[in-house]
Design a protein around this ligand. Structure first.
Ligand code: ADP
Ligand code: MG
Length: 325
């Protein structure tokens, strides 16, 4: 265990950190590709092959300064969280850490299949059995985190990696850049995350909790099964309004062949009051995931939220959406 500070970030003692950071220049040890495998808001990730063993990895380059602000505390937190997650195969493994004058470089286990978002690009979605398989593994990863009071806070298809190309058989969580350690007595309020996946309590600046991730799991379920964002609108303000009112509908044309168990799973996670959301363990026991269900028939009629609400048409497939700055 590593000490946590009041802002929910893990720290590493100077001596521990020194032991973690390799002394060599990464380019002496790895051949790093010029073209990135992926890019997030803050980092660039490139394939890196170990020169001696020829083992391929993914090198995540994170700038030490951002908008003229030192980011070391946040980067060390990300490293420490990855170190705490080394005993689960549902979180991408941290192999080594390097440092350059301007960047910290996290050498990670390579996920050869890239991000789950690529499967959804071009308006695609997953079959229900693929979506269930993916969700089961995502929940396994989230349960590992939540059992250790780690809130990921940025669960979305861009941060879910496939270790096998074109297959949902081995999914891993990555990107702990905005994760937080939630301990009793420590209240974290922050506006962070990605527009379409953000929970209502984050928008209303209420405390962040483990169930903030559960909301994103509900959004993910919707996105994986339909290829559409449940709350996404053309402008951010309308998206936020949809989220805070849980303005949710399951358009028949997008959920035609989807079972009522799957719809019930999504609806059970998308509850505005975070205290009323199920825990990750309760979601793992949901009939859609555990398959102990007689609700597996496709829906014939659309299911709507109980209260009548203004439903804004949402007809654009989910794409690469923006994060908060
Ligand atoms: P950021 O904090 O900038 O979002 P991420 O850790 O999410 O950084 O990495 C950015 C992107 O790089 C991911 O969305 C994914 O496409 C790719 N990526 C990250 N880690 C790996 C990995 N271990 N293997 C393959 N691709 C990766
Ligand atoms: Mg990311």
């Amino acid at each position: 265990d590593y000490p946590t500070s009041q802002d929910g970030l893990l720290q590493l003692e100077g001596s521990v950190l020194e032991g973690v950071i390799q002394k060599a220049n990464i380019l002496e040890v790895y051949e790093v590709d010029k073209n990135p495998l992926g890019r997030g808001k803050y980092a660039t990730v490139c394939r890196a092959v170990h020169r001696k063993t020829r083992t391929p990895f993914a090198a995540k380059f994170v700038r030490k300064r951002r908008r003229n602000q030192d980011q070391m505390k946040e980067i060390i937190h990300e490293i420490a969280v990855l170190m705490q997650c080394s005993s689960t195969s549902r979180v991408i493994r941290l192999h080594e850490v390097y440092e350059s004058a301007t960047e910290m470089i996290l050498v990670l286990e390579l996920a050869a299949g890239g991000e789950l978002q690529h499967v959804l690009d071009d308006g695609q979605c997953l079959s229900e059995s693929e979506a269930r398989k993916a969700m089961k593994q995502i929940l396994e990863g989230v349960s590992y985190l939540h059992d250790r009071n780690i809130a990921h806070l940025d669960l979305k298809p861009q941060n879910l990696l496939l270790s096998i190309e074109d297959s949902c058989d081995d999914i891993k969580l990555c990107d702990f850049g905005i994760s937080k350690i939630l301990q009793p007595g420590v209240t974290v309020r922050e506006i962070l995350g990605t527009v379409d996946y953000i929970a209502p309590e984050v928008l209303s600046y209420e405390p962040i909790c483990l169930s903030t991730d559960i909301w994103s799991v509900g959004v993910l379920g919707y996105v994986l099964l339909s290829g559409f964002s449940p709350f996404g609108a053309d402008d951010k303000q309308q998206t936020f309004l949809n989220i805070s009112k849980c303005n949710l509908s399951f358009e028949p044309e997008h959920f035609e062949d989807v079972s009522s168990a799957a719809i019930d799973f999504i609806k059970s996670a998308l509850i505005v009051d975070p205290r009323k959301r199920p825990t990750v363990h309760e979601l793992m026991d949901h009939p859609w995931i555990s398959l102990k269900s007689n609700l597996m028939q496709p829906l014939s009629a659309p299911i709507r939220s109980p209260e009548p609400i203004n439903v804004t048409p949402r007809s654009t497939p989910i794409g690469q959406r923006k994060s908060f700055s």
